[in-house]
Design a binder for this molecule. Structure first.
Ligand SMILES: *[C@@H]1O[C@H](CO)[C@@H](O)[C@H](O)[C@H]1NC(C)=O
Ligand SMILES: *[C@@H]1O[C@H](CO)[C@@H](O)[C@H](O)[C@H]1NC(C)=O
Ligand SMILES: *[C@@H]1O[C@H](CO)[C@@H](O)[C@H](O)[C@H]1NC(C)=O
Ligand SMILES: *[C@@H]1O[C@H](CO)[C@@H](O)[C@H](O)[C@H]1NC(C)=O
Length: 496
């Protein structure tokens, strides 16, 4: 009997261990997409998609399957797709729920995106490629086409009764956490009825649902929408029921406020770093100081910065290229996004220098770029993802090494991440494309004199000087990303 019990326990452990853990996620690199906007089943790259219409443009899970090469060639090892569930079916005064955040029935899929078979196939094919599937999920609210007084709760499932929801109050004061958690988003055109996540029956039903969803579609991780609008106790049980890695959207700039959610969810998106990153790189007059301050405050405040979601764009924010059209700055911000602490997340279209400003303009169809692999940012991403993947392959503790600045002035910062021999030295600058050539000497790079390093963006090699320093020539405001040549050998990076 004893052995039998052990065998059963081993079996259960093996079954649950298949779900991807934070430790497995921290070495990943994520490509974020809105299913409706990434790729169509018919593969057409000329199908019109006027973002101002806020209508479905025809992207599907099948379409994603057929365009995975594009993502994988850039070195991404996971995708994050928009919510998969059934939404408000008709046109509202804010258009259709093509983005997926107006859920009504948790047990039905959004049939604009395909069938259950299609979604299972997407997951299976990702896994065959060694990639992970992250799905966006919403627990804070349902969606309703109209004013709060007109909500017909019987149209929702499984929360088909008013008793599952908080009493109506409009969320106005974001400094009042009770109000943030209990009041409703939306307005008289589209209102988002707020689930009473303190109610044990709601907790239980969400737990049952997420467990099934993860298992039915072999999902590896979840991006958790509006995490700060729901009480933390709910997230602890939700994550436990899900049994996979969860990264929460805590839209806030304060490290203490945001990091605290890491006690209930494995990870949060690194919003506290987002604004300082913009302040440094979205213009040639920015300064590096706030970014360095934010790095150290996240490192000292968060439980584990290696699993934070690090990004410079998403579907809720202005595209970087809407802030500046300087290509050198766009390269610097992407290089930093991939090489900083945490799990890099790049939003579809950033690699094509898309420039939509706010919602809905920042939800352009990726297919209209023709999925060009010749775009400068596509090439840059390929190079920086490759070197990060290489560093992780040689030494997985690269992921937990805290990035830090070896040198900085207001316009430029030199970063190191990774242990001796496998470190990546990156030079990030906001001097911009029209800046000339200049020289920079960096000490304490942690490499022996005479060692060669290669800039993976230009493939030019330089040698560590006698005093253990690097003399770096900067040009045209481009970033530099150095990696030891002997560590790159055999990787194909720069033909090595
Ligand atoms: C918002 O909430 C905070 C904290 O509860 C409170 O101090 C503040 O007075 C509120 N602001 C308004 C305008 O009600
Ligand atoms: C915070 O919001 C709650 C819910 O709306 C309200 O009852 C409470 O009075 C507010 N607190 C403050 C300090 O404004
Ligand atoms: C998961 O699949 C089972 C079996 O087909 C189905 O009964 C259940 O409703 C599904 N759950 C979800 C959340 O998709
Ligand atoms: C650059 O980023 C900062 C911080 O988010 C913001 O205040 C500023 O408006 C941005 N600049 C432009 C040109 O968008």
């Amino acid at each position: 009997m004893k052995f039998l019990t052990q065998a059963i326990v081993a079996c259960v452990v093996a079954a649950t261990a298949r779900a991807a853990t934070p430790e497995q996620w921290r070495g990943r690199s994520i490509y974020q997409l809105l299913t409706d906007r990434y790729a169509r089943t018919d593969g057409r790259t000329t199908a019109a998609c006027d973002t101002q219409n806020r209508d479905f443009c025809g992207g599907t899970w099948r379409g994603i399957i057929n365009r995975l090469d594009y993502i994988q060639r850039m070195g991404f090892t996971a995708i994050w797709i928009s919510p998969v569930t059934y939404n408000i079916p008709d046109r509202t005064l804010y258009g259709y729920g093509y983005h997926g955040f107006w859920q009504q029935d948790l047990y039905k899929l959004n049939d604009h995106f395909g069938t259950a078979e299609d979604l299972k196939e997407l997951s299976k094919i990702l896994h065959e490629r060694g990639m992970y599937l992250m799905v966006d999920v919403v627990a804070n609210h349902n969606g309703w086409n109209g004013d709060w007084r007109t909500v017909d709760y019987s149209r929702f499932y499984p929360f088909n009764d008013q008793k599952y929801f908080h009493r109506y109050c409009p969320l106005l004061n974001y400094s009042n956490q009770t109000e943030v958690e209990d009041c409703w988003l939306g307005d008289s055109k589209v209102v988002l009825p707020d689930l009473n996540t303190q109610d044990s029956s709601v907790v239980e039903q969400y737990g049952k649902w997420i467990k099934e969803l993860v298992s039915n579609y072999s999902i590896d991780g979840l991006r958790v929408d509006t995490a700060k609008l729901v009480d933390k106790a709910f997230w602890s049980s939700f994550q436990q029921a899900a049994g996979v890695f969860c990264s929460g959207e805590v839209f806030a700039g304060d490290a203490f406020y945001t990091c605290d959610y890491q006690n209930s969810l494995d990870s949060v998106l690194n919003y506290p770093q987002y604004w300082p990153l913009m302040l440094f790189l979205n213009s040639t007059t920015g300064t590096s100081g706030p970014l360095l301050d934010s790095l150290s405050s996240m490192q000292s405040t968060c439980k584990d910065v290696s699993v934070l979601g690090t990004f410079s764009e998403n579907h809720d924010l202005p595209r970087f290229a809407s802030q500046t059209d300087d290509m050198a700055l766009a390269k610097n911000v992407l290089a930093y996004t991939v090489l900083s602490d945490g799990i890099p997340i790049v939003y579809a279209g950033q690699e094509q220098h898309y420039s939509g400003y706010a919602d809905p303009d920042n939800r352009e169809a990726t297919w209209l770029s023709g999925y060009s692999q010749e775009s400068e940012l596509f090439k840059l991403l390929t190079a920086v993802n490759s070197v990060r993947n290489r560093a992780l392959y040689l030494d997985e503790s690269y992921a937990t090494y805290h990035i830090h600045a070896l040198w900085n002035d207001p316009n430029t910062a030199v970063f190191r991440k990774g242990y001796d021999g496998y470190q990546i030295i990156s030079v990030i600058t906001n001097k911009g494309a029209s800046s000339g050539s200049w020289m920079l000497t960096v000490e304490n790079v942690g490499l022996a004199p005479g060692k060669n390093v290669v800039d993976v963006l230009t493939c030019k090699q330089i040698t560590v000087g006698d005093g253990g320093y690097l003399v770096i020539v900067m040009d045209g405001g481009l970033p530099r990303v150095y990696f030891p040549v002997d560590a790159a050998k055999g990787s194909g990076i720069c033909g090595l």
